[in-house]
Write a protein that binds this ligand. Structure first.
Ligand SMILES: Cc1ncc(COP(=O)(O)O)c(C=O)c1O
Length: 354
């Protein structure tokens, strides 16, 4: 008998759970003729900001652009250095390079792949720090320069981390709150900054066909379209249920994984965007799981300091990130996974390491 694989994400199955609401909302937008801006986007800005616990939200067309515009609104530009952690998705550093600044990669903590407040490579050129709350784990770093929270993996956190003056969110389809395409959000508590962000993401337009620099930067088009906003609004109500299932699955793994599999500490606010462990001989472990029909993923296989696009940067040494990247392994934890699937994964891991 063929047993269905345990998958890392299943966006079609997730759509099926909320299909009537999503399809009605999308049809409503199609019939309204308001595809850019309009009431559905306004509602998304308000409700999404509220769900992350910030006063204002400016929707963008990706999480990467949310970081770019957060940096521009902070006044970051050519010649500035911005500190980023060694373990994160490339976009965290890529956004810094996109605004002409220099990403400076810092090592992570011993216990978790998060920036270490004690070893930030600050210099006189450091203009900002991007703090990544990886997997949904809050990283309580404060710094003597503006902090931007990378909240890409934090949808459903209770509460969402807030250490900086701006936050950036991704609604990439496999995120716990995902659109049906690319979409993102910049968060701020400051009304003037929200207005600046809105202008920056609309070509720096003051009124029709007049364009100004905003905080020294030229704007461009980065708008979340009304269809993505409608999809996200229809998914938002399901978010607490998703997070509850993910937390149950994580607790189940914590209690039943074999002793040779190292768990990571998890803050109570954690929405379990990813459930990550450390294992020796990681690739052999993946092969063992794959043979048993269990998908896994690696977030992330190399520290950013070794990404070719960032070569030659003034990066700090990253020995802890190297050690983490060699052992990290994400197990299926999403809302389509239940106790039976967790038990299958645990059984497939086996009682001894390969
Ligand atoms: C930590 C982190 N930062 C930034 C991004 C970029 O978001 P997007 O893919 O929406 O551009 C992602 C998501 O992929 C991410 O996981």
């Amino acid at each position: 008998m063929n047993v269905a694989p345990v998958r890392m994400a299943d966006t079609a199955a997730r759509h099926a759970r909320v299909a009537p609401a999503v399809e009605a909302a999308v049809l409503g937008v199609l019939r309204s003729g308001r595809y850019v801006g309009g009431p559905v986007v306004d509602e998304a800005r308000r409700r999404l900001a509220e769900s992350f616990g910030w006063r204002h939200g400016v929707t963008t067309n990706s999480g990467t652009d949310a970081l770019v515009y957060a940096l521009l609104a902070t006044g970051v530009g050519p010649g500035d250095e911005v500190i980023v952690p060694a373990v994160t998705f490339f976009a965290t550093a890529g956004a810094v390079a996109r605004v002409g600044a220099v990403p400076v990669v810092a090592d992570v903590r011993d216990d978790l792949p998060l920036l270490d407040a004690a070893t930030l490579p600050l210099t006189s050129r450091t203009r900002a720090v991007i703090v990544v709350h990886l997997y949904g784990e809050p990283c309580p770093v404060v710094a003597p320069v503006p902090v931007i929270d990378d909240l890409a993996q934090c949808a459903g956190a209770t509460p969402a981390p807030k250490h900086g003056h701006l936050g950036a969110v991704s609604f990439y389809p496999t995120k716990t709150l995902g659109a049906a395409g690319d979409a993102g959000l910049v968060l701020t508590d400051d009304e003037a900054t929200a207005a600046a962000l809105l202008q920056l993401t609309h070509h720096g337009m003051t009124h029709l066909y007049e364009h100004v620099r905003v905080r020294g930067a030229v704007g461009a088009n980065s708008r979340m379209d009304a269809i993505q906003a409608a999809v996200l609004m229809a998914h938002l109500d399901d978010l607490p249920t998703r997070v509850a299932t993910r937390r149950d699955n994580a607790a189940h793994y914590d209690a039943t994984l074999p002793a040779w599999v190292r768990r990571l500490p998890r803050h109570p606010s954690h929405p379990v965007h990813h459930y990550v462990v450390r294992v020796p001989h990681r690739d052999a472990v993946r092969a063992r799981l794959s043979a048993a029909g269990v998908e896994t993923a690696v977030y992330y296989p190399v520290p950013l300091s070794r990404q070719p696009a960032l070569a030659g940067g003034p990066h700090a040494p990253t020995p802890r990130a190297e050690a983490f990247c060699a052992e990290t392994l994400a197990l299926p934890v999403h809302e389509g996974v239940g106790p039976a699937e967790v038990e299958r994964v645990v059984a497939a891991l086996g009682s001894t390491a390969p």
